[in-house]
Design a protein around this ligand. Structure first.
Ligand SMILES: *Cc1c(COP(=O)(O)O)cnc(C)c1O
Length: 363
């Protein structure tokens, strides 16, 4: 047995740790912001028959341009977008990786604002792109001034903004996105993985696309669409951005089965998204109840809540796990993150927290 470091691995990968959210079989998994509702039966049936049909032709390569899927994604997004504006891959993680393959790489840099999605810096290192962490304002916010100042100061090739931000849940104003865009000649990526959970009427970065050919809005079917296991992410941008993706993607990267499943799911977007309102309700319960238990819950526009005031995050994490509830220790001192579950799951979490609560023990 040798270890990884005995191999002639790239110097810049030596000593790094892989993405590692624990995958444990537990009754209540609230750790990776999945949609905790499964796909409605009727929709699942339609998706299965679409996959069953596609299987008959898997002797042939799939449509390399996934034309129908791009069309359906464009009409789901609206905002006057057409299939030429859309690109897709196996999860938005792959979309982000392709963006860095095309616009980042050795000698280039990407700026992000931690605490943010851990995969942003991991994809940077995988593609040999230098990761530049910039500071957020108080309350994890990024004001237009802060966005502009950080981008000007570091002059990166790519800027990653996450809206709403994971793991904090913080929303981001269009003014901050515009400020970052105007401060750079590089690519600005807005990761909108949780856009569907934002407050109703909150404008998306899609509204900023016209006239901004270096702006990329990344989305996923993993969260709101309850499709994490199917691996479908996508972006909307100027058609030239999609052309850049064509230079770096592997041919036929989206399997015929993935395309069939995603197209069938998009035909049912209304039913697929029906759970979003329920999940927002459960998130709002977390935002209301955690402070009553003596914790600080940060405002959240997504399907999870970051809460502080946890004396011993690791101990609390373990105590919950012992009760079959898995949440996330994101390594932020005094904090833990929990995904909004079904009503029953959220209740179980809150009851377990009440038993561990600092206000309880003080009494
Ligand atoms: C969950 C998540 C994604 C989704 O990644 P997929 O590869 O599409 O499953 C992307 N960005 C952020 C910020 C996320 O939290």
């Amino acid at each position: 047995m040798i270890s990884l470091n005995d191999l002639p691995i790239r110097d810049d990968l030596r000593g790094l740790t892989p993405y590692g959210a624990p995958q444990k079989t537990v009754p209540i998994a609230l750790n990776v912001n999945e949609n905790t509702h499964s796909i409605p039966d009727a929709v699942a049936k339609d998706i299965s028959s679409a996959i069953a049909k596609a299987i008959h032709t898997v002797n042939r390569y799939p449509d390399r341009e996934f034309t129908t899927l791009r069309e359906r994604l464009a009409s789901y997004l609206g905002h006057g977008l057409s299939r030429d504006n859309v690109w897709a891959a196996n999860g938005s993680n792959e979309v982000l990786q392709q963006i860095l393959q095309a616009f980042g790489g050795p000698g280039r840099s990407v700026l992000g604002f931690p605490p943010t999605y851990s995969m942003h810096s991991i994809i940077a290192s995988g593609t040999g792109t230098r990761w530049i962490p910039a500071e957020r304002d108080a309350g994890f916010e990024i004001s237009p001034e802060t966005a502009q100042r950080s981008v000007r100061e570091h002059d990166p090739d790519i800027v990653f903004l996450c809206s709403p931000n994971n793991p904090t849940g913080t929303g981001l104003s269009l003014a901050s996105i515009e400020a970052a865009y105007d401060a750079t000649g590089g690519i600005v990526v807005v990761d909108e993985a949780y856009a569907e959970f934002a407050p109703t009427g909150q404008p998306t970065a899609l509204t900023l696309l016209p006239g901004r050919e270096r702006l990329v809005v990344s989305r996923t079917m993993s969260k709101a669409f309850a499709f994490a296991g199917a691996r479908v992410g996508y972006l909307a941008a100027d058609p030239a951005i999609a052309d850049a993706m064509r230079l770096v993607r592997l041919p036929y990267h989206l399997s015929a089965l993935t395309q069939a499943a995603a197209i069938a799911a998009l035909e049912h977007s209304r039913e697929m998204l029906a759970m979003v309102d329920d999940i927002k309700e459960q998130r709002d319960r977390l935002l209301l109840e955690l402070p009553r238990l003596g914790y600080h819950a940060w405002p959240s526009w997504s399907n999870f809540v970051l809460f502080g005031g946890v004396e011993d995050p690791h101990g609390t994490f373990e105590a919950l796990l012992a009760q079959g509830i898995l949440i996330r220790d994101i390594g932020l001192p005094g904090h833990l993150r929990v995904t909004a579950g079904t009503e029953r799951e959220t209740t179980a979490f809150l009851e377990a927290m009440a038993r561990l609560s600092p206000t309880r023990t003080a009494r």
